[in-house]
Design a protein around this ligand. Structure first.
Ligand SMILES: C[S@@+](CC[C@H](N)C(=O)[O-])C[C@H]1O[C@@H](n2cnc3c(N)ncnc32)[C@H](O)[C@@H]1O
Length: 247
């Protein structure tokens, strides 16, 4: 956990602007829609980072709390809703406290993902909704090259997930998927790397090169372009809306 804390402490200041997906309204609104038909209840955002998703739930009338392991990230989220600096493996709330739990783009970092899913299950009310999302490959065709890029970029990556393997994790013990949403978000890889101070300039250049010079079919599937020297591509988002197996 120490390495994850170090990485996100270094990134806390630049994090919110470092990638399009973080504040992309289409993506965030899909998370809120995935929580329906529950509405205006209590939401817990696990591993909330700077709280971009939670802020928008709050703006839509929900009561939001957050948890993040990294103090600098939790402090930023706390400007928008109450946020506790705590590991998601030990959620400091009572059983059944929330109508909705959200976990976006953090599962791949967790040492014990099943422990976090168990906590999400525990703090949800009966009939509550778990909104669980991450970037994944579009298909088996772009998967090997995407894994290569992610392993080059993210030293803290515990496991590389596909849509199928993420669903399997969710449904192993605690949840049943009731709905799946998929959408692409266009990313500027050059800006993403420039705002990743935990990377050396050589690592940043290598990630940009791996995308710009990606082999087929990755290049076509991700719609890779170099515009005015900046590398652009599509990322594939999967948003699971799940209910407790025990309901
Ligand atoms: C890629 S960021 C995503 C932040 C946020 N979910 C979002 O979508 O903008 C991952 C976040 O997970 C947090 N994190 C990683 N491991 C954690 C853990 N075990 N418990 C709580 N937070 C964790 C990090 O501190 C970081 O803020």
């Amino acid at each position: 956990m120490k390495k994850v804390i170090n990485q996100f402490t270094t990134r806390a200041e630049t994090y919110s602007a470092s990638a399009n997906w973080i504040s992309d309204q289409n993506l965030i609104q899909e998370h809120i829609a995935a929580a329906s038909p529950r509405g205006n209840g209590n939401v817990l955002e696990l591993c909330c980072g700077t709280g971009m998703v939670g802020r928008n739930f709050a703006a839509a009338g929900w009561h939001v709390c957050g948890i993040d392991l990294t103090k600098g990230m939790a402090e930023e989220a706390n400007r928008f809703f109450p946020c506790i600096c705590s590991p998601a493996e030990q959620v400091p709330f009572l059983d059944g406290a929330f109508d909705v739990v959200v976990l976006r783009q953090a599962y791949f970092l967790l040492e014990d993902g099943q422990k976090v899913l168990e906590q999400a299950h525990r703090v949800l009310k009966p009939g509550g909704v778990f909104v669980f999302s991450q970037t994944v490959p579009f298909s088996s065709e772009d998967s090997p090259w995407l894994e290569h890029i992610h392993r080059t970029k993210q030293a803290q990556l515990r496991e590389f997930f596909t849509e199928e393997s993420l669903k399997q994790q969710l449904e192993q013990d605690f949840f049943r998927v009731r709905e799946v949403r998929r959408l692409p978000v266009r990313e500027n890889i050059t800006r993403w790397m420039a705002l990743a101070p935990e990377q050396t300039p050589e690592q940043q250049a290598e990630v940009c090169r791996l995308v710009a010079e990606a082999p087929e079919p990755y290049h076509s599937i991700h719609k890779v372009e170099v515009v005015d020297g900046e590398v652009l591509e599509d990322w594939n988002w999967i948003i699971f809306s799940a209910v407790r197996k025990s309901d």
